[in-house]
Design a protein around this ligand. Structure first.
Ligand SMILES: Cc1cc2nc3c(=O)[nH]c(=O)nc-3n(C[C@H](O)[C@H](O)[C@H](O)COP(=O)(O)OP(=O)(O)OC[C@H]3O[C@@H](n4cnc5c(N)ncnc54)[C@H](O)[C@@H]3O)c2cc1C
Length: 353
């Protein structure tokens, strides 16, 4: 597994083609708007180094038998699912932000089982491809962005019926060695802090959508990829001097980018779905199921910090004993613990696929 420092150094080796405010960003790692999100992602490495969190932050790989960061683990039991939610609450408490590594974990678990079922039905080799790729991810402790959301265009039309063919990411050319893909994925959490991107379809597909039923992985700095950093309100405050007092959570944060693919080449062994339209929906639903479970942990951890901060603000303002302030703190705690209960309950009720 990588240490936090090794992880940050590894990001310096990426050549991300990122634009922000209309300009190319030459140094992504030290960019003041990106950096808080990098610090949050790095916490997934830092906490895995701490012996007191070993049980939550690490697991034994079913692929290699080695100890891996739980963010790269393929769930083997309901105990794994429960520990995943508890790990996410811990990270939320430590960062009070999105730590971004869940999307790739949820994507991997969806693609792992969907490729198995696709191969059984279609005689393809996607599961073998995915296991090889994910073994590399675990052995190198890479960060992986999970890319599902297309820009979509007319929500009433299927991908192949859109006026602009690039509104859903699709195959534009097939060769003996692989495929070229064009399109975009929107709102990509943690992409800039990841080594690889794992792409999936965004909706169920039907006959005629074969070129859009595509899943694959590639390096985040692959040739043909352009990134546009998403704006957030007050983001330029992070670039100002003497800003300690008014940027809120100064150390940690999140980001999303628009990822534009322009004829990006994907070799055959990195393809996990290619034209089997009937399995696009399964991949989407399995990802969405795992991702909703994630929110039963990560948002609860952030909620813990917000509730504590609210109580502290009440104390400092001398209003902590007011009944309407207490009512609101109780309501926040009630909602937060209910969300956590949902995450733990769905985990404990899981069954083997
Ligand atoms: C902070 C943040 C982080 C994110 N991170 C990631 C990430 O890491 N990876 C990723 O892949 N995605 C990510 N997303 C994307 C997220 O999953 C999508 O925003 C979400 O699925 C909604 O899609 P959309 O934005 O295209 O909205 P739309 O699909 O356009 O939905 C807008 C509204 O229209 C309704 N609607 C849409 N289609 C129809 C229809 N056919 N009929 C009737 N009503 C319809 C919806 O229910 C909704 O009310 C992120 C989003 C946010 C906000």
């Amino acid at each position: 597994m990588m240490t936090k420092d090794q992880y940050i150094d590894s990001l310096r080796g990426l050549h991300l083609n990122l634009y922000s405010f209309g300009k190319k960003v030459e140094n992504v790692v030290d960019n003041p708007i990106v950096r808080p999100s990098l610090n949050s992602f790095a916490a997934t490495y830092e906490l895995a180094e701490d012996p007191q969190y070993e049980d939550l932050m690490t697991a034994t790989s079913n692929l290699t038998g080695k100890k891996v960061n739980r963010f790269t683990h393929l769930h083997q039991s309901t105990d794994d699912l429960i520990k995943k939610v508890k790990m996410q609450r811990l990270l939320g408490q430590k960062t009070a932000a999105c730590f971004q590594r869940c999307v790739g974990m949820d994507a991997a678990n969806a693609v792992y089982s969907t490729t198995f079922e696709t191969d059984e039905a279609c005689g393809t080799k996607y599961h073998e491809n995915f296991v090889k790729f994910w073994t590399d991810v675990q052995n190198n402790d890479w960060g992986v962005d999970g890319a599902m959301t297309d820009v979509k265009g007319d929500r009433g039309l299927s991908p192949s019926k859109q006026a602009d063919p690039d509104l859903f990411l699709h195959v534009v050319e097939r060769t003996a060695d692989g495929v070229y893909v064009t399109g975009a994925k929107a709102h990509q959490t943690g992409y800039l802090n990841s080594h690889y991107v794992l792409v999936m379809p965004t909706i169920s597909m039907r006959e005629g959508d074969e070129d859009y039923a595509i899943s694959f992985a590639c390096p985040t700095d692959a040739e043909g990829i352009t990134l546009i950093l998403g704006r957030q309100s007050c983001d330029t405050r992070k670039t100002e001097e003497h800003n300690d007092i008014d940027v809120g959570n100064k150390v940690y944060g999140g980001h999303e980018v628009l990822v534009i693919f322009d004829r990006v080449f994907i070799p055959n062994d990195m393809i996990f779905l290619n034209g089997e339209t009937q399995f696009a929906g399964m991949m989407v639903e399995r990802f969405a199921g795992y991702h909703r479970q994630s929110y039963g942990g990560c948002k609860v951890g952030v909620g813990d910090v917000l509730i504590g901060a609210t109580a502290l603000a009440g104390e400092m303002a001398g209003s902590a004993k007011a009944s309407h302030v207490k009512d609101k703190l109780i309501e926040m705690t009630h909602l937060n613990e209910t969300l956590y209960c949902c995450g733990i309950a769905c985990s404990s009720q899981g069954t083997k696929t």
